[in-house]
Design a protein around this ligand. Structure first.
Ligand code: NAD
Ligand code: UPG
Length: 443
């Protein structure tokens, strides 16, 4: 099939590349000329494991192309994906200006029946708006389908190529046929294409993200309580996760959820509820808890250094909002770095992939180290913000030589408490006993 993907960000690039991999002819369109130029020169602007192999193969074999010209990009396409940003507007609702602008632009340049697919995360009712914007100027028949994307950054290719399910919102039999044909190579037995109406599909995406954010937040609250009652949240996770009704995944307590999706989507769903005069109490709490969870270690750090961080150097391991990505959107590390700087500390950071992105924001306010160990040199404490595998089994002897004090604040529970006790570290983590801490400081 011939496809167009409008918007070549995370989702657009993965969508375009993966559909090219299943034999389709794909043209990706983006207004960002520099991005398109890079892509045409074989440079992928994001770090996503496994994407490069597929990208280069499909570019070389002529199935994947890039352009800034919308009319050229959609020429002959049977399906046009909209993978455009839906950032939070001032009131927290998803801003539809990118989607609706492209929809208006599409109307006059369509010249045959086409299925326009909302891949972006969009509030209930958006498919109708997109339809109306296209219809204003369209002279041909078309359908608008909601096909939300559930991929996770870091494992995006795997998620896209082997989806748990594909949700397609449409009441058009013609569009259903086109979408079934397109997804046939990606859905395995038991991993269904689920058809529903457009509004339900739009709502499904928000319900999934809000549910997962709530699950994480619930565990973070259990962790906070564990610290007070003297229980271990990792044991609780194992104890409840083995109940198949609860499930093992997304139960890891830490310094809150971040990324480009959960924070904005939870907020947007809360705004939808407000617009429909529904008081969605759970979501409000989830947002509040996550806000404070992100910087939950800061008071402990300040207290550990007896209320004064001036002249102290804090080493940070991990800047990305999670491992296997260079994405720092809503990354807890940024909030923590800002809080540490405000408290007068110096910060030296290391991340395997995300340092350039942070440098673009913070410039020389912090020091960037070339290796994880270099970040520790003469530091007064180590703070772990992202659970990159590299940080899990470090050379503790080497760390002892570099760190001024054997103190670790672990926002992702990367180490075992007993291990840290044996190694003689002062160790603070999430939802577990703090070890080797003087009685007055114990939390
Ligand atoms: N990032 C994820 O992991 C993820 C996963 C699932 C769903 N989503 C949703 O998918 C959507 C896109 O997310 P993203 O992370 O890929 O966004 P992004 O910001 O990384 O990329 C969006 C791209 O659209 C381009 N663009 C803007 N206006 C344009 C126009 N008029 N014509 C052509 N291109 C234009 C931008 O230049 C940019 O390259 C959002 O709604 C997001 O919530 C994201
Ligand atoms: O047990 C867990 C699991 C995740 N997180 C945090 O939750 C955030 C989001 O993680 P993850 O869901 O893996 O990353 P995303 O790439 O943001 O993916 C989410 O957001 C995407 C965009 O909507 C959806 O497509 C995906 O299905 C959904 O998982 C990150 O900050 C993680 O550190 C935890 O704190 N504990």
């Amino acid at each position: 099939m011939k496809l167009a993907v409008v918007g070549t960000g995370y989702v657009g690039l993965v969508t375009g590349t993966c559909f090219a991999e299943t034999g389709n002819q794909v043209t990706c369109v983006d207004i960002d000329e520099r991005k398109v130029e890079k892509l045409n020169n074989g440079i992928i602007p994001i770090y996503e494991p496994g994407l490069d192999v597929l990208f280069h193969r499909n570019v070389e074999e002529g199935r994947l192309k890039f352009t800034t010209d919308l009319a050229e990009g959609i020429k002959g396409a049977e399906v046009i994906f909209l993978a455009l940003p839906t950032p939070p507007g001032e009131d927290g609702s998803a801003d539809l200006k990118y989607i609706l602008k492209v929809s208006s632009d599409l109307g006059p340049i369509l010249n045959q029946y086409v299925v326009v697919v909302d891949k972006s995360t969009v509030p209930v009712g958006t498919a109708e708006k997109v339809h109306a914007h296209i219809a204003d100027n369209a002279k041909v028949e078309f359908d608008v389908v909601s096909n939300p994307e559930f991929l996770r950054e870091g494992v995006a290719v795997e998620d896209f190529m082997k989806p748990d399910r594909v949700v397609i919102g449409t009441r058009s039999e013609r569009a259903k046929g086109v979408m079934n044909r397109l997804y046939a190579p990606l859905v395995r037995q038991g991993n269904p294409v689920i058809f529903m109406d457009e509004r339900s599909a739009e709502m499904t995406k928000y319900a999934a993200n809000a549910f997962l954010a709530t699950k994480i937040t619930f565990m973070n609250e259990i962790a906070n309580l564990c610290e007070r009652v003297g229980a271990n949240v990792d044991d609780i996770r194992r104890g409840i996760g083995t109940d198949s009704r609860i499930g093992k995944r997304f139960l890891f307590a830490g310094i809150g959820y971040g990324g480009s999706c959960f924070p904005k989507d939870v907020q947007a769903l809360a705004k939808t509820a407000e617009d429909y005069q529904y008081d969605f109490k759970v979501l409000k709490s989830v947002m509040q808890v996550n806000y404070s969870q992100k910087t939950k270690l800061i008071p402990q750090i300040v207290e550990h250094f007896e209320g004064n961080l001036r002249g102290k150097t804090i080493a940070i391991w991990g800047l990305a909002f999670k491992p296997y990505t260079d994405d720092i959107r809503e990354a807890p590390a940024l909030d923590n770095i800002r809080a540490l700087l405000e408290a007068g500390a110096k910060v030296t950071a290391y991340d395997p992939e995300a340092m350039d992105n942070v440098r673009n924001i913070l410039g020389n306010q912090i020091t960037f180290a070339h290796t994880s160990y270099a970040a520790l040199d003469d530091a007064d404490a180590l703070v772990i913000m992202t659970e990159w595998p590299l940080f899990r089994t470090p050379d503790f002897d080497k760390m002892n030589l570099l760190l001024k004090n054997k103190v670790i604040f672990d926002g992702r529970n990367v180490y075992e408490v007993d291990q840290m006790r044996e190694l003689g570290y002062t160790y603070y983590s999430i939802g577990r006993e703090a070890v080797n801490v003087s009685v007055e400081q114990k939390v």
